[in-house]
Design a protein around this ligand. Structure first.
Ligand SMILES: N[C@@H](CCC(=O)N[C@@H](CS)C(=O)NCC(=O)O)C(=O)O
Length: 256
């Protein structure tokens, strides 16, 4: 696997370059459009909730993307705010942990930090049983969310690499983590009767695992070759309501 070439050839992944100097997804609105709207892009999904949600992140997928997917799945309108590096520097001190993403509600009166806390809050608020319908299903859902988050950690090692040598080392670690992750996800999918990762129904864990596969596709797509079970699942979750419309436009794939 020629990882350097692979990275160059995949231009849709915002995690690849060091934040906030990240590449943006090819399918998000153009810089000009962003300027004209003051980088404020309102989701075009149907309004199904009366709260005003403002998701603040960079102009990238990264830790903002699974939150966007939850909004889209529940067809809930939100302001998708994408900050530049300069805008973030000004806002940083006011963020709960000086990091993005943050979720602002009620005109900024309520602010949540940490992507998993935000994803959990929205899953609880927007979807009945989306965290798991029983305590055990919820704990199993957490297990997949945290395992996916650990795998994201190794992607960060590549994103934040200091130089080419560091990036190569990061890729070696990412490849090992990605392989281990896929092996275990495959094992759980083979044991699943419904095809969802937890129980008989879709949960937030499916959003994370599907996005985990997306990240592997962006960083090291070779790992997904001949992964029949994983790719079948990837297609299944990509086809779920609300998500399908979003990913068809934003995440073109050669794998399916
Ligand atoms: N555990 C946090 C990690 C947040 C984090 O590391 N955010 C990065 C972007 S992915 C960030 O804010 N970087 C800019 C900075 O630290 O100034 C979460 O999941 O939200």
């Amino acid at each position: 696997m020629q990882k350097g070439l692979l990275l160059v050839s995949h231009n849709t992944d915002p995690w690849i370059k060091r934040l906030p100097f990240i590449r943006r997804s090819s399918s998000v609105v153009s810089r000009k459009e962003i300027n004209s709207e003051q980088r404020r892009s309102v989701s075009e999904t149907r309004m199904s909730h009366h709260k005003s949600y403002r998701l603040v992140y960079f102009d990238a997928e990264g830790r903002g993307e699974y939150i966007r997917l939850i909004f889209h799945h529940f067809k809930t309108q939100f302001d998708d705010i994408r900050l530049t590096a300069a805008e973030w520097e000004k806002k940083k001190a006011s963020a709960p942990f000086e990091s993005l993403p943050i979720l602002e509600m009620d005109n900024g009166k309520k602010v949540l930090g940490d992507s998993i806390a935000i994803a959990r809050y929205l899953s609880k608020t927007l979807g009945e049983g989306f965290l798991g319908k029983t305590k055990l299903d919820a704990a199993r859902g957490d297990m997949f969310v945290y395992a996916t988050n650990d795998m994201f950690g190794s992607a960060m090692g590549v994103t934040y690499a200091k130089d080419e040598t560091d990036k190569k080392e990061g890729m070696v670690k990412f490849e090992a983590a990605g392989k281990k992750y896929l092996k275990n996800i495959e094992k759980h999918l083979k044991a699943s009767k419904s095809g969802f990762i937890v129980g008989e129904y879709m949960t937030w864990a499916d959003i994370f695992v599907m996005y985990g596969i997306r990240v592997i596709e962006q960083f090291d797509a070779g790992l997904l070759k001949k992964q029949k079970t994983i790719l079948h699942y990837y297609e299944k979750i990509r086809s779920q309501e609300g998500i399908r419309e979003y990913v068809e436009e934003k995440w073109p794939t050669d794998l399916l």
